[in-house]
Structures are given as C-alpha cells and as structure tokens.
Ligand binder design. Structure first.
Ligand SMILES: Nc1ncnc2c1ncn2[C@@H]1O[C@H](COP(=O)(O)OP(=O)(O)O)[C@@H](O)[C@H]1O
Ligand SMILES: [Mg+2]
Length: 318
C-alpha cells in the first residue's frame, strides 16, 4: 500500500556559486510564509554564509556554529525571529575550519533535530561546490532542489553536483558491498575490466544478482530531484532543464522533474543591495510572480511528495 506524505526538509543546492540558490531559498520561504505556513530557513553554506544579509539581519548573535560546537544543545534555540511573520532563520557558521567541517555524527544530529522543529517547511540553503558536507546535507534531505542558470558552466556544475551527490549516496548505501563500490569508482575511468560508463551499465551488470539490482533501482527511485532554472530571459533558457534531464537519464538513470523557473529580474539585485527579500521589495515583479506559482505547488501538489512503498519502486528508466 502506497502512502504520500508532504516533505518538510528541502535542500537547495547546485554546485555553482552565484546562480541564485540563496535568492531562491529566501524567496520561496517568504512566499510560503505569506501563505500562512511556518517556515525556518537554514543557512547551510558552511564557509560563505550570507542568507542573514539577504533577509536584513546585520550581526547574527547565534549561528549554526553554536549548535555544531555544542554550545547550544537544541537547534530550536538558535532560530532567530525575523522581521517577517512565520519566518525563522538559522544563520550560517562563520568560516572557522572546525565549525565548517562537521563530523558525520554532527550532521546526523543536525538533520534529526531539523525533523523535530516546529515548522511546516525547513529550507536549507547550501553552499557552492561538491564537498562531502554539502553533498551529505543534500542527500539527507527528502526534498532536493537543484538551481542552475542556462549558462554552460552552470549546467556543467549542476550535473557534476547531481552526479557527485548520487555517487556519494550509493557509496554509502553499498559501503559493505565491495563489488558495487568498486564499480562506482571505476565508472568514468577508461581502463576498467568491464565496460562501465553509466549507472545503467551497472544495473545491467547486476542482472545476474536480482536482489542487488532491485536494491539499486530502489536507491535511484529514492533520489527524487527537482530542477529550478534561474535568471530566465527567454524561452530558450527554459530548455536548459531538458539538457540536465537528458544527461541525468542517460548517465545516472535518474528522472529529475522541473519544479519551475525564476525570471531574470533587475529588481532582485536592487533588493539584495537594500537587504530586503525581493518578493517583499517588489511584489509584482517578474521573479516574484514565477516564485508564487512554485510556492503554491508546495501547498497543494502531491507531485512534490515522496512515494513511500514497502515494495521496490521500479525506476522509470528501465
Ligand atoms: N532571478 C534573478 N534575477 C536577477 N538577478 C538575480 C536573480 N537571481 C539571483 N540574482 C543575482 O545573483 C546574485 C547571486 O545570487 P545568490 O542567491 O547569492 O547565489 P548563490 O546562493 O547561488 O551563490 C544575487 O545577489 C542577485 O544579484
Ligand atoms: Mg548562497
């Protein structure tokens, strides 16, 4: 029997800096809060935290660092009130090596407490790059959003980010299976004993071991991704999502869905400079309008809910 539940924790990643991860996280949070939902934003950019600036907090008194270093035991106690109704903020850790490099146990503790927080939605804004910390936080979140623009470098980084996150997940899921871990390492390198180039090849390779094959397909089905195209100036820009979808399908056997897009809007930059969230700065701007449509999906749509099943969910790619 299948049941659908709403996802509480959403991570926003994308590999490249400056593509609008923080802008989107904040904008979505503001819209959901305006729709009456309790939202907590977390700055998960360990090393380059700036979400507080975007929402108008100049000097955060407590940050995620206080929780990670156990100066504060409950995550709830470092949620700052903001000037906006229904929105709380957990500020990012400073660029202090120790704090910016939490252990696996610290990350698990963080995620467990996030699940217990008194909020309808928790939005986690991730940093750029593919460090293990960023990938783990992304993988621990049931909701996974990848932000990119139509620029080639952004598309490359977005795909690289998705691939790294998936490999990290599979390496963890199969840490005790030397065979699969070896194949994951070999994939993409030329001199392999077996001709392996994609996850599809790996699945075919596992045909003689149906249990393993089904398990792998289940892991892939769990890895549900949503794509957000930012700074859209033309219909052509929207097509960049198809590029990501194609490479994900061909090489990773994943089927990411398009969540939506944000129009390019000069008002966003002005809002940043005024330390005001852009949907508040210019309610009827182009970017704000597209964001509202996305936020509505979070409230009504089953499309954004994971499918929980005791049976193996077959991957549509096979
Ligand atoms: N939709 C948009 N339209 C115009 N400018 C944007 C838009 N989204 C982001 N920007 C600009 O890009 C900058 C970087 O965005 P930011 O969210 O900080 O990137 P990231 O978090 O991915 O590093 C913002 O300061 C803003 O000036
Ligand atoms: Mg950012």
């Amino acid at each position: 029997m299948r049941e659908r539940t709403r996802i509480k924790l959403w991570s926003v990643g994308g590999g490249k800096g400056g593509v609008g991860k923080s802008i989107f996280t904040l904008g979505l949070g503001i819209c959901l809060a305006q729709m009456g939902k309790k939202v907590i934003l977390i700055d998960g950019d360990l090393g380059g935290a700036n979400l507080h600036t975007l929402i108008g907090v100049r000097y955060p008194q407590v940050t995620l660092e206080d929780f990670l270093l156990r100066k504060v035991s409950r995550l709830e106690d470092i949620v700052l009130k903001t000037q906006f109704d229904n929105i709380g903020l957990i500020c990012g850790a400073d660029d202090i090596l120790g704090a910016a490099n939490p252990t696996y146990t610290q990350k698990i503790r963080l995620i467990q407490q996030i699940e217990d927080m008194p909020a309808d939605f928790v939005l986690l804004d991730l940093g750029a790059g593919t460090s293990f910390n960023t990938l783990d936080l992304f993988n621990f979140s049931a909701g996974k959003i990848v932000v990119f623009t139509s620029q080639v470098t952004s598309l490359q980084n977005a795909y690289g980010f998705i691939k790294s996150a998936l490999y990290r997940k599979l390496s963890r899921d199969y840490s005790k299976d030397e065979d699969v871990v070896n194949f994951l390492y070999q994939m993409g390198t030329k001199d392999t004993e077996v001709d392996l180039h994609s996850i599809r090849d790996l699945i075919e390779h596992l045909s003689s071991e149906p249990d393993k094959k089904v398990r792998l397909q289940r892991s892939l089905a769990e890895f549900q991704l949503f794509l957000l195209i930012n700074m859209v100036k033309s219909n052509q820009d929207l097509k960049s999502a198809e590029i990501i979808q194609t490479v994900c399908r061909d090489f990773l056997s994943l089927e990411p869905q398009v969540l939506g897009h944000l129009a390019y809007d000069p008002a966003v930059e002005t809002a940043v400079n005024q330390m005001t969230p852009f949907p508040i700065f210019q309610k009827k701007g182009k970017a704000a309008a597209s964001l509202k449509a996305i936020a509505s999906e979070f409230l009504v749509s089953n499309r954004l809910a994971p499918v929980m099943s005791t049976r193996a969910a077959p991957s549509p790619a096979f």
